[in-house]
Design a binder for this molecule. Structure first.
Ligand code: G4P
Length: 527
């Protein structure tokens, strides 16, 4: 029973460049599981979304989704957890961390645009953990790039091989459907109205399809099939598991076309939750009977009336039961996990139990931090650290009213603990601090939160640095003697580790050339 529950679990993150259709596809997934009712038409969706998942005031003001959330739905005999990631190109650090909690990623690509900048960034993070990546090329109902051009681009730009699970037959106004390579069947796409929001699908054998899609498209399809059978990568589970090969699907999320075939293949091609490694290099099996999990995200003040914080926990082993007692590794103490919920947008549901693979939200009394590991006693260990991703924007932060030093320090520290900002000191020991963020909008969130939650006004002075490097071997070298470029600046993180900021992309390499034996890292993994 216990093992069956874990075997049922699949936990994936959905990633894309904004507007590729991630939200639309997620909604379709959830519809299959009956997890949500899609009230009204697609047009009504944005208003509905604003009402349910925009937790923070600033999100409402800007109409964007700042934070990511977790959703669960049942499909066939599987229980699927989706980790949503913020679509706005800011806030990517949160997105990056969410990827640490997932076992697979689903990458949505707009068929007219191909690989976009945010896709590249997110993809790079997926490769740190070598998780399987599934590709859904979306919006085939619009004029699209040629499928072979899209595949070439994915292979070239992202450096991952593609195996096509289905082949699209034309696109846009003449979109006819897809050919499923496994079954050898053609699934047709027939718009019911001119707006093409409602469609009809039917399944035909390849031979039967000629009469339906027309000889021209039939001949083109046959030559595409031949070309792919001869020249493209075959599906190879081992390669997919290692993140070396991505199964590629085509469809139209808006019209729910190609979504079911994607889900069917996805659950077939993926594995249950994988084992994870602790900081002593020990492998912890998801089937280990003792519950364990780690915090990958902390969300503050989701409900202003409560002024609370929720820690998002990925269950990695065993079974979680409500009100259990756990050991916290970093805090080195025991706590009772009260008020646990699974989070579906802002609607909180108390959960009684969860299994390896699930995501739960835990009320945080202010003692949890990103990467904290929860273990059922007597176990006490820590899962491998979540990387600290390189911020790309920096600012010096000054308090306007210096009398409020205590609130300022408290606010900055709490927000840093949640992982929304990274805080640095200048090596010269000045009083001011430098804040680094992955997305520029996080500066606005910082000012807003310090004002509304801590009653502190701050002034930000933007700094021209864009690149940061941790000095990996700082214990073995004399950091002061490193020969820098003129655009560089030395700083320390809160743990006292030395770092270098640069203005120009080429400078880290120049510094490496000038200092033999120096090791610079783009992200640091805390242990
Ligand atoms: P995101 O989460 O990746 O940012 O994208 P989202 O799903 O919000 O989709 C972005 C826009 O693309 C939406 O249009 C959505 O309706 C549209 N879209 C998504 N999938 C498809 C598809 O398969 N075909 C077509 N033609 N369009 C698609 P919008 O105008 O911004 O919003 P709305 O007014 O439709 O809600």
């Amino acid at each position: 029973m216990f093992e069956q529950e874990i075997n049922k679990r699949r936990t994936f993150a959905i990633i894309s460049h904004p507007d590729a259709g991630k939200t639309t596809l997620t909604e379709k997934f959830l519809l299959y599981g009956g997890a949500i009712n899609l009230a009204g038409t697609v047009k009504g969706r944005k208003a509905q979304r604003a009402a349910t998942s925009d937790w923070m005031e600033i999100e409402k003001q800007r109409g964007i989704s700042v934070t990511s959330s977790a959703m669960q739905f049942e499909y066939q005999d599987k229980c699927i957890n989706i980790l949503d990631t913020p679509g706005h190109q800011d806030f990517s650090e949160d997105t990056y961390r969410t990827l640490m909690a997932a076992d697979q990623a689903v990458m949505v690509i707009d068929a007219a645009k191909g690989v976009e900048p945010q896709t590249i960034k997110l993809f790079k993070v997926c490769t740190i953990r070598k998780i399987p990546i599934f590709t859904f090329i979306n919006k085939l109902d619009r004029e699209s790039k040629d499928p072979f051009t899209l595949i070439d681009q994915i292979e070239e730009v992202l450096g991952i091989k593609c195996c096509l699970i289905n082949i699209p037959i034309s696109s846009g106004k003449s979109f006819k459907g897809i050919y499923d390579r496994k079954s050898g069947k053609v699934i047709t796409y027939v718009p019911k109205d001119s707006g093409a929001r409602e469609i009809e699908t039917k399944t035909y054998s390849l031979d039967e399809a000629e009469a339906v899609i027309g000889t021209e498209y039939y001949e083109k399809l046959k030559s595409d099939i031949e070309l792919l059978d001869g020249a493209s990568e075959n599906y190879d589970k081992e390669k997919v598991d290692k993140g070396e090969l991505t199964p590629v699907f085509f469809g139209s999320a808006l019209t729910n076309f190609g979504v079911e075939i994607f889900l069917d293949n996805f659950i077939d091609m993926t594995n249950p939750p994988m084992a994870r490694v602790d900081n002593n290099g020990r492998t912890i099996s998801p089937y280990d009977e003792k519950f364990s999990g780690f915090v990958f995200k902390i969300q503050a003040n989701m409900n202003k009336a409560h002024r609370d914080r929720i820690a998002f926990l990925r269950v990695c082993s065993g079974k979680f039961t409500a009100n259990c007692e756990v050991n916290l590794y970093k805090e080195n103490r025991k706590v009772k996990l009260s008020q646990t919920g699974s989070l579906f947008a802002s609607e909180r549901k108390i959960i009684e139990e969860a299994y390896a693979g699930d995501i739960i939200g835990v009320f945080d009394p202010g003692i949890f931090s990103i990467g904290e590991t929860f273990c059922e006693p007597p176990n006490k260990f820590c899962y491998e650290g979540i990387p600290t991703f390189a911020p790309e924007h920096f600012a010096r932060v000054r308090q306007v009213d210096t009398m409020k030093r205590k609130q300022f320090v408290k606010g900055i520290n709490q927000i840093a603990l949640e992982g929304a900002i990274q805080v640095f000191n200048e090596s010269s020991g000045m009083e001011e601090i430098i804040v680094g963020v992955v997305g520029e909008l996080q500066f606005d969130v910082l000012i807003f939160r310090l004002r509304s939650e801590y009653n502190v006004e701050v002034k930000l002075e933007r700094l021209p640095y864009e690149y940061i490097r941790w000095i990996d071997n700082y214990k073995d070298i004399d950091v002061e003697k490193i020969a820098l470029t003129t655009d560089a600046k030395r700083i320390n993180d809160l743990k006292g580790r030395p770092l270098i900021l640069f203005q120009h992309e080429w400078s880290p390499k120049m510094v490496l050339d000038r200092n033999e034996g120096l090791v610079l890292k783009e992200f640091s993994v805390e242990t």
